[in-house]
Structure formats: C-alpha cells, structure tokens
Design a protein around this ligand. Structure first.
Ligand code: C2G
Length: 483
C-alpha cells in the first residue's frame, strides 16, 4: 500500500486515481473547488460519467495534503504543469513524480519532464507515464497498457509495481524524452486523421496519415537522440492508433469537426475540453525547425489550424509533394548519430575504433573485437577494401570486401563497419567518428602511437597467438596436398 497524490481531477487524472484506489491510499487535488464538490456529491466525474468514484478516494483543494505521499501524479493539462509544480514546490522533496500530461512548452520547447526539472532541479525522480489509454475505457476497467519511462529503470519499475493488480499493464522504458515526444506529437497526427475523417476520406487515407505521421515523429525523435524502439512501442504507434482512430479522442473529434467545415475555435468549443494537439502545434513546428527535420503532415495541420488553409486543398498539396522512398538511413548510421548526440549531451558514450583485413574471420579476430568493444560503448571497425589489401598489403583476400563487411556487421558487439582505403585515413576517421580509443593487436605495437596527439587513447591488445588467416590457409593447403 503506497500513499499517492494526484494533482488534477481531469478525466485522465481521475481515471488513474480510481484504479490506484484499489490497492493504495489516494488523494486527488484540484484547483477547482466546484470540480471537487461535484465529484464528492455525485461519486462520478462531470465529463466522465462512466466512472464510479470509490469511497476510499480522498478529494481536496489542499495542495500540501495531496503532496504528502511517496508518489505525486501530475494529471493537469500540459499548459498548467509549470504553474502547478511551482505551487507544489515547497511540498516536493524526494517523492517520485509521475507526469500524465502530454505536450511541449512553447518557446522553451521543454517536454513536461524538462519543465518539472526546470522548476524543481535536475535530481528529481521523474517518470513519464504515457501510452494507448482512453480515460473512458480505463474508467470501465478495460485491459490497457502504458509505458513508465524514467532514466533510472528502478524508479520506472517502482511505478510499474504501483499498477500491479489493476486493468493497466505497465511496461518500462528509459527514453523519457522519446516517450514524451510521442505523447505530444501523436495528438497532432490525430488531428490530421480527424480532418481526413471530416472530409469523408476513408481508411486508406487514415492508414497513410498514421504510418507517415509516425515516421515524422520518429525522424524528429532520432534527431534528438531518442531510441527508435520507443516510437515502435506503446507510447508511439500504440498511442497513435488509439488516438487517431477513436471518437474517444478529443483530437480526432476536433479534427473531424474542422474537416466538416468548422473553424478551429468553433471546433474546440464544441469538444468542450482541452485539445492538446492544438497546444502542441507551435512547439512542434519550432522543434522540427531547430532539428532541421521535415514534418509535412504536422506542417499541413498547422496550415489548417493556424493559417486558415483549406483542409481539402491541404490534402492535395500533401499528396502531390516530391516523391519519396520509405528507406531511411541504415540503423547503424542512426545508432551512430544517436551515439554522437548522446555524447554531445554529455551521456558519456565512449567510442572505440579498430582496423583490419578480417579475412577468413576467426576467433582471434573475434577475441580482438570483443575486447575492443569492452573498452567503450560503440565499436567502429574499419575493414580494408580489396584494392587496399592488394596494393598496400600485397595480399589477396579469400572473401571480398562486401563479404567481410557483412560478416563483421553480423557480430552483435560491432556497431558500425566502414572501409579502410589508405594507411593515412586514421586521423580523419578519429575526427569524423569522434573516437575516444584506438585499438589494435600488439603485432602493431608502437606503430600508431602518433594518434595520441589526436587526443585518443591508443591500446595494443595481445594477439591470440595460435591462429591467423595465413595459418588457416597453410593448414588447408597442407591437408589438401597430404589428402
Ligand atoms: N588479431 C588478433 N589475433 C589473431 C589475429 C589477428 O588479435 N590471431 C588482430 C590483429 O592484431 C588486428 C585485427 O585482429 O588488430 C585484425 O587482424 P588482420 O585482419 O590481420 O589485420 P591486419 O591485416 O593486420 O590489418 O591499418 C591496420 C591494418 O588494416 C591491420
């Protein structure tokens, strides 16, 4: 049994509070006394009639009382997160904070966790709780899933445990920014799906919007150092499906009204609740610009909502853009770029490089590569091209470059394989790939010490003595003659 405070008695905050009441001591706070009074009197919520408020749910307008537990859940709309945390600041010390709000703050371009850290300080234990969860369905205990994201996995797991035995199955993730980006931007894609629905387009168009919309969000997230798995997970595609295909979704409903011809402000009024996708639009546009990422669907929604563009016209413009491929950069390029971004963000990604021919790949090579990777977090292997082997090493390989590259790329601790075309490229490689450590077998001892002037560590590891490519060839040759 834990003591949990829920700040915000909106539909989602109250839905989460209700399921936690089954096993925990829950106090819900609202800044609106009339909201608290209604819930106390009717044991339901004015905008969530399906919900039955359990007798053991405490309701208060006293913020200090609500912050007295080990957990504080922020269930206020994204635009009130900063002011609410500022109001609660004096009552927050080492509680675990759980944010439900989905959005990005204009100008600062902060996600909710970044706002909270901005107000409370970097050391706050913060979890983003986000996924495919309609309050209406959680209110009726329908089986649901959600992601608990925290850069400290243990904290994410503590929040995961809070929900054990409820209708909510929680998955953990460490990629807080990625989860929050999904939560904020999928609301805009849901607006687009609604507009398409309002124009009486069908499932084909909606599927296109969801698929290409996810691709936009993923591109933006990867440019910010997020994990690709996050976008293919519950907080990403999961939440996008549930938001872009359901009349429970305010964003989808608002988009539908706009597609039918209502002005955005009229549509918002008819929805009667906060439409987070509209709040997120300006920030999403700024974020994409800052990271130099193309977001055509989000941009089109922005044209319709904030610049009065005709919805049907906008769809035609989208459909007649330059032709594109679905193929994005290779995963190793993306992993590499992420490692660079993470290192620039000070997460200390250490990168190692090593060179070789790696013909007739054998366990001596593997021993070298495994030890090289163990010296850091990211291993770049530079494989001699066929021309380089022939003209510079005066050897002939049994496997050609592509075959040797493919073999190396299939080794789980090799992160990126690039060509070695000259003896002199090492200094440039070290610069291009932001290398921290240069590694070679000790048959090269002393040969590359000059690289230390480039600020890298130079390490020579003992060779595996009894095996070599030459040895293999000789033995096979002997067997053949003997055989
Ligand atoms: N290696 C090893 N034990 C072995 C054989 C090789 O540790 N029994 C190491 C080598 O010391 C080298 C790496 O595995 O660090 C690749 O070995 P080769 O393919 O033989 O590389 P080489 O032909 O030495 O080319 O610019 C540097 C060159 O490209 C290195």
């Amino acid at each position: 049994m834990s003591k949990v405070g829920v700040l915000g008695a909106g539909t989602w905050g109250i839905a989460v509070a209700r399921i936690l009441c089954a096993h925990h001591d829950v106090t819900v706070w609202s800044a609106l006394p009339e909201e608290i009074d209604y819930i106390k009197k009717h044991h339901t919520h004015p905008k969530l009639k399906e919900i039955i408020i359990p007798d053991n749910m405490k309701l208060t307008t006293n913020l200090e009382e609500a912050c007295a537990g080990e957990y504080i859940i922020l269930g206020v709309p994204s635009v009130f997160v900063r002011s609410t945390v500022e109001k609660a600041k004096d009552y927050i010390n080492d509680q675990i904070l759980i944010d439900l709000a989905k959005g990005i703050e204009l100008d600062s371009l902060y996600t909710m966790s970044e706002i909270i850290k901005d107000v409370l300080g970097k050391s706050t234990k913060l979890v983003a709780l986000s996924g495919p969860t309609h309050a209406e369905e959680v209110a009726r205990d329908m089986p649901s899933t959600i992601v608990s994201a925290c850069n400290n996995l243990e904290v994410a797991e503590k929040v995961q445990n809070l929900f054990v035995g409820t209708c909510m199955r929680v998955y953990t993730n460490i990629d807080v920014i990625g989860v929050e980006l999904c939560g904020a931007l999928k609301n805009i894609i849901a607006l687009a799906a609604g507009i398409s629905n309002g124009l009486n387009f069908g499932d084909n168009t909606r599927a296109a919007i969801i698929t290409r919309g996810l691709s936009e969000i993923t591109r933006l997230g990867l440019s910010m150092g997020c994990l690709e798995q996050t976008f293919n997970g519950l907080a990403g595609i999961g939440d996008l499906i549930v938001t872009a295909t359901s009349t429970h979704s305010r964003n989808f409903t608002c988009g539908t009204l706009i597609g039918q011809g209502y002005k955005p402000e009229e549509a918002i009024k008819k929805v009667g609740m906060v439409v987070e996708g509209i709040n997120a639009l300006p920030a999403a546009m700024q974020l994409a610009k800052r990271n130099n990422v193309e977001i055509p669907i989000i941009n089109a929604v922005n044209e319709v909502i904030n610049h009065g563009a005709d919805p049907k016209e906008t769809v035609n413009t989208l459909m007649n853009r330059d032709r594109k491929t679905e193929l994005t950069r290779s995963i190793s390029d993306i992993n590499y770029e992420n490692s660079i971004i993470r290192s620039k963000r000070g997460l200390g990604m250490k990168r190692v490089i090593t060179y070789g021919t790696f013909d007739l790949l054998h366990y001596g090579h593997i021993n070298l590569l495994k030890r090289a990777k163990a010296l850091g977090d990211y291993l770049v292997v530079v494989v001699s091209t066929d021309e380089f082997v022939e003209h510079e090493k005066h050897k002939k390989c049994y496997f050609n470059y592509e075959q040797r590259k493919g073999l190396l790329e299939s080794i789980r601790f090799v992160d990126l394989v690039i060509p070695e075309e000259s003896w002199e490229q090492k200094i440039q490689d070290i610069k291009d790939y932001h290398i921290d450590t240069f590694v070679m077998g000790d048959d090269w001892k002393g040969k590359f010490d000059y690289l230390r002037d480039e600020g890298v560590e130079v390490i020579y590891l003992p060779r595996t003595p009894e095996i070599s490519t030459t040895q293999i060839k000789e033995d096979l040759h002997k067997d053949k003659k003997g055989g």
